[in-house]
Design a protein around this ligand. Structure first.
Ligand code: MN
Length: 273
């Protein structure tokens, strides 16, 4: 099940992510239903709920979006096209209702764990912090990956509240890092929240706050492989793709690649892995 959340009212630097759902849908026609290893995406039926409106502000608009997403049968894999990263707030609220014992893999250059950031409590730097609150998720249910830009209070929150984190530096230098992450997700339903700025700006330039020294698309796919084996993927959101800031659709196409490859891993049987 697909839904779009064309909302970028929480962006503090550059807007444009509201245009991502339409561009992702438009360019999705360019990708055939065959994965990167040449296997057909079989047994998948795609339903598109269309776009859901958050109104003028996520602070007021998240409950109605969460309610609509929460009505999607829990057997369906939920794919949400953001929006800035505050689009993930209603998604995680819905996923926590649909899947008891939910774990969240938050792949992002930034942890988004500030209580207050850049002028508000509902800005993108607070997206994960607010998500945990409204979804009723414990910090121990979260694993962060690809982080490399931090506010001091986020580092404290990660350490003191038991959030699992594998930084971009660790992914590049420690072969065992992914294993540590997977231990947190082992056997649980896992929602993947993918901020496209986790990728290096060379691979995804069209985003609100591009952050150097990030993941290659290949590293992101390797992470996905490991996570799909450890947990049971039950949904994903892809946020912060900003078409007006993109170059030659590089970022939109990278996001689509990651969505299609995630679907391929969800559709795979254990024998395929
Ligand atoms: Mn983010």
């Amino acid at each position: 099940m697909i839904a779009g959340i064309p909302y970028d009212g929480s962006a503090v630097y550059r807007r444009g992510a509201a245009r991502a759902p339409a561009e992702l849908r438009r360019l999705s026609a360019a990708l055939p239903p065959v994965d990167e290893r040449g296997r057909r995406l079989q047994g998948l039926t795609v339903h598109d709920l269309g776009d859901l409106s958050m109104g003028a502000s996520v602070e007021v608009g998240w409950p109605s979006v969460a309610e609509r997403l929460g009505e999607v049968p829990s057997t369906a894999f939920l794919t949400v096209l953001g929006g800035d990263h505050c689009s993930a707030i209603p998604v995680l609220a819905a996923q926590a209702r649909r899947h008891p014992d939910l774990a969240v893999l938050w792949v992002d250059a930034h942890p988004d764990l500030c209580d207050h950031s850049r002028g508000g409590r509902w800005t993108c730097g607070c997206a994960l912090r607010r998500s945990l609150e409204v979804a009723g998720l414990a910090p121990g249910a979260v694993a962060l990956a690809g982080c490399r830009d931090f506010d001091p209070e986020e580092v404290d929150f990660v350490r003191e509240r038991g959030v699992a984190m594998v930084t971009a530096w660790e992914l590049a230098t420690e072969p065992a890092a992914v294993g540590r992450l997977c231990a947190r997700l082992e056997g649980r339903p896992v929602h993947l929240s993918l901020d496209i700025d986790a990728l290096d700006p060379a691979f995804a330039p069209g985003t609100e706050i591009a952050s150097a020294a990030g993941l290659s698309t290949r590293q992101a796919l390797q992470l996905l492989d490991a996570v799909a084996r450890a947990g049971r993927l039950v949904g994903m959101d892809v946020c912060e793709v900003a078409p007006p800031l993109d170059h030659a659709d590089i970022t939109v196409l990278a996001a689509l690649k990651l969505i299609f490859e995630t679907w391929a891993r969800v559709a795979m049987t254990d024998a395929d892995r």
